[in-house]
Design a protein around this ligand. Structure first.
Ligand code: GH3
Ligand code: MG
Ligand code: MG
Ligand code: MG
Length: 303
């Protein structure tokens, strides 16, 4: 069971009445980082800038109501995972149903009971952190801890669309470990696994910016998606990937290998292919260039 440090949790408390904010803040501030907002509009602005781990939300406020805020966040894929607890003086079943229907995870009545509020917040934060951990692990490769194929397939589509719309250069880089079958045959699969982990970590450190990423494509093959790099920068980056892996100095004395573990790289740039190029064709081309790098003797990049 993973341990979650709930004390790092950020809580946003939203209420139009300052006294309510003060009372709730007093209860929570010993345990969590508490932020407050005095309107629905301010709450949304806070979330977009600094998404909290949980929101305690008043229902009746002038301007955007708590229900409006909840519905808005639940519609947005970026924010829908934030749990929302309504805190309200409303008593009727209809009002309560409206809160649940808007997507809240819980409902607490005013005047608040300190123990009830603290325990509910703790329970929902724990669930939120568990769900976050599951979501993360669904997108990471179990052996190397870099992104997995599933993440690659989702994210390359997203980045490709954005780059295409805004005319930003885009590159797909396929990286394959040379003579890896004979590495396993010589050193065993456990050392093979360690080798893949070290390579993945090194390549991950070569990722040049926030929107670019590395994923394990399968077996001993990785893929790097590069966003916003000129052709010469892409070329420098492929050199950096190869030299960083060589610099690990992992011995590989088997037939054909170059004493240390090396990579071959195939890279396809959107600039070369023209703005009309199709994503699947770019991936196929990167693969074709990788094959050429292998044929020409490995330990090289074909861009
Ligand atoms: P080339 O230089 O042409 O790429 O040759 P290669 O031997 O690297 O390529 P090949 O496709 O023949 O073999 C890939 C090997 O990678 C075979 C497979 O056992 C190994 N492999 C794939 N995934 C893993 C893994 O998770 N751990 C280990 N230890 N080996 C793996
Ligand atoms: Mg109110
Ligand atoms: Mg290989
Ligand atoms: Mg391969």
């Amino acid at each position: 069971m993973e341990y979650f440090n709930l004390a790092n949790a950020n809580i946003l408390v939203v209420d139009d009445q300052v006294t309510n904010l003060q009372i709730i803040n007093e209860v929570l501030k010993e345990h969590y980082n508490v932020f407050v907002a005095r309107s629905g509009e301010a709450a949304l602005a806070h979330c977009y800038k600094n998404p909290p781990d949980i929101i305690l939300l008043d229902v009746n406020m002038p301007g955007l109501s708590g229900l409006d805020v909840c519905q808005t966040l639940k519609r947005d894929p970026l924010y829908q995972a934030i749990p929302i607890i309504f805190i309200t003086a409303l008593q009727g079943a209809q009002d309560e149903n409206a809160c649940w229907d808007s997507g809240a995870v819980d409902f607490v009545r005013k005047p608040i009971n300190e123990a009830t509020l603290l325990n509910r917040v703790k329970a929902h934060l724990t669930l939120k952190f568990q769900a976050d951990a599951l979501r993360r692990s669904a997108l990471l490769d179990g052996l190397t801890n870099v992104y997995n194929r599933r993440y690659f397939e989702q994210q390359i589509e997203v980045e490709w669309q954005r780059c295409f719309q805004h005319n930003v250069p885009f590159a797909v880089v396929m990286l394959d470990v040379d003579h890896f079958k004979s590495y396993n045959d010589s050193y065993g699969h456990l050392m093979g696994d360690d080798c893949l982990k070290a390579i993945a970590q090194t390549l991950n450190e070569c990722v040049p910016n926030e929107r670019s990423f590395l994923a394990r494509y399968g077996g001993e093959e990785f893929v790097m998606v590069l966003v916003g790099l000129s052709e010469s920068k892409v070329q420098q980056l492929t050199e950096l990937c190869m030299s960083s892996v060589r610099a690990l100095g992992i011995p590989h004395g088997a037939d054909g290998a170059k004493d240390t573990v090396t990579l071959s790289i195939g890279c396809c740039l959107s600039i070369q292919n023209g703005a009309s190029s199709i994503l699947s064709e770019m991936i196929a081309n990167a693969d074709k260039y990788l094959y050429q790098a292998k044929e020409r003797g490995r330990d090289r990049a074909v861009v």
